[in-house]
Design a protein around this ligand. Structure first.
Ligand SMILES: [Zn+2]
Length: 466
């Protein structure tokens, strides 16, 4: 069987004042896509790889960037026809300037060229804001079941297995979607904690029911303010005859989630900035990792606010590390000055001007890997300054930057929940309620487009499904 594979993946933070341009996307073409996932293990498939583009979570996608990726993808798909099926790798929370949902726009155009009789299966991130149109214009939707995400490959393989089954058996599946009137920051739904743990556990029960192909629970992306932003349950019926059954199951799971809505909470109770710094200074466990939750780069934070750095310097903290501040200009100046040199510069606060400001610092350059990063020592605080929006999350990356995190007392990280090696490094984790594009205090964000009423922005209202 011949299967077309490709996609465009982006998690858009619409509260960010920044835009995602074409230069932010990593683009793979043709056979490069096939080595991304274990696709070549499926020997019965004749692959037609097209284009796969991915950008780190960030602000609204520029229309021009999206349209150029879309037209290349659509042309490749067109040139790959005829095919037995289409496998798409999408996120579910991509918002495009002037267009709206990138996923909806894309699947509509794909359906126009492949027709309704070529099944399309889509793998999605559980932080996707899934819409009715996305469900209608595709045949199988399936989402990750873990946050932090460790089942991305498994989900994509599951989408392929469903697609192959549809092709072999001639199935005409139906995506049944129930949207709940609630939104949650991703940090409130870590899947090995309650209530997410048992709610995700229900998916395995539902998908074993006769006539049901797959079930997903999408937490959605609360930092993407769109009419589709909400939690959703998707149950995929194996055919129209199972549609009613699938709807009942989706409804019942949605009710269960709604009933437990107040149980969703972050794994660590967030503290106001000053209290977070005090608690870190007092802690006997080290290293203490302070999550800079408002400037979480993995959810679209700018990555350059200096709020916690400034507080650490004011408190004369010793043996501390900030991972990291995005500032290509500061990396350049540090590289020019060279290792061991003393530099004075205005650090950070150039991208997120709403919540931060550049901080004048004087420090010693302790490490340079130009153009990637530089490390500065400012009094008792080492700062990893990067050219691109990123955080170091593995011991190997820290080692490459000449920093030993295990020896530090306090480490500020621009993430929310800890993942990768950060979990092992942390002897204690404190969450700081910092300002930024990924503020955990979503009630205070300037929402204008989400469907109201919605929990927790609105409190007293009758549950409804949409
Ligand atoms: Zn995600």
């Amino acid at each position: 069987m011949r299967i077309i594979v490709g996609g465009i993946r982006h998690e858009t933070n619409t509260f960010s004042t920044l835009h995602t341009g074409i230069e932010d996307f990593q683009i793979k073409r043709g056979s490069e896509i096939l080595s991304e996932e274990p696709w070549l293990d499926f020997r019965e498939v004749e692959w037609a790889p097209t284009l796969l583009a991915y950008a780190f979570p960030h602000g609204l996608v520029e229309e021009r960037a999206y349209l150029s990726l879309k037209s290349e993808l659509i042309n490749c798909i067109d040139a790959s026809l005829p095919a037995d099926g289409v496998l798409l790798d999408l996120h579910g929370a991509m918002e495009v300037e002037g267009i709206g949902s990138g996923e909806v726009d894309l699947v509509k155009s794909i359906r126009e060229i492949v027709g309704v009789n070529t099944p399309t299966a889509v793998s999605l991130d559980l932080h996707g804001n899934i819409s009715h149109e996305l469900a209608e214009k595709t045949d199988v939707l399936t989402g990750f079941r873990t946050a932090p995400h460790v089942d991305s490959t498994q989900t994509k393989v599951r989408a392929l297995m469903h697609l192959m089954e549809c092709i072999k058996k001639g199935l005409k599946p139906l995506n049944i979607i129930v949207k709940l009137p609630m939104i949650l920051p991703g940090e409130f739904a870590v899947t090995d904690m309650e209530p997410a743990r048992s709610l995700y556990g229900r998916l395995y029960e539902i998908e074993h029911v006769n006539g049901i192909i797959d079930t997903s629970l999408f937490i959605g992306c609360a930092w993407s303010d769109t009419p589709n932003t909400s939690l959703s349950v998707v149950v995929v019926a194996g055919g129209r005859e199972y549609g009613e059954k699938a709807r009942n199951m989706a409804r019942s799971l949605a009710r269960e989630i709604w009933a437990r809505r107040r149980e969703f909470a972050p794994e660590v109770t967030p503290l106001p900035v000053d209290e977070a710094i005090e608690a870190a200074l007092r802690s006997r466990d080290k290293p203490v990792l302070i999550s800079d939750t408002g400037d979480n780069v993995t959810a679209g934070g700018a990555g350059d606010t200096v709020v916690l750095l400034e507080k650490l310097l004011q408190a004369e903290a010793a043996n501390a590390l900030v991972d990291g501040i995005v500032d290509p200009e500061a990396v350049f100046m540090s590289a020019q000055a060279g290792k061991g040199a003393r530099v004075s510069l205005d650090l950070g606060g150039k991208l997120d001007r709403l919540n931060s400001h550049p901080l004048s610092v004087e420090g010693i350059v302790t490490y340079v890997d130009y153009p990637k990063l530089a490390v500065l020592r400012v009094d008792g605080v080492e700062v990893i300054v990067t050219s691109k929006r990123r955080v170091l999350t593995t011991l190997k990356e820290f080692e490459e930057a000449g920093v030993n995190p295990l020896k530090k007392k306090i480490i500020v990280v621009k993430v929310g929940y800890l993942f990768s090696d950060l979990r092992q490094i942390a002897k204690k984790n404190i969450w700081a309620l910092t300002p930024g594009f990924t503020s955990l205090q979503i009630e205070k964000l300037p929402y204008t487009r989400v469907k109201r009423p919605i929990y927790p922005l609105d409190e007293e209202f009758e549950y409804y499904e949409s």
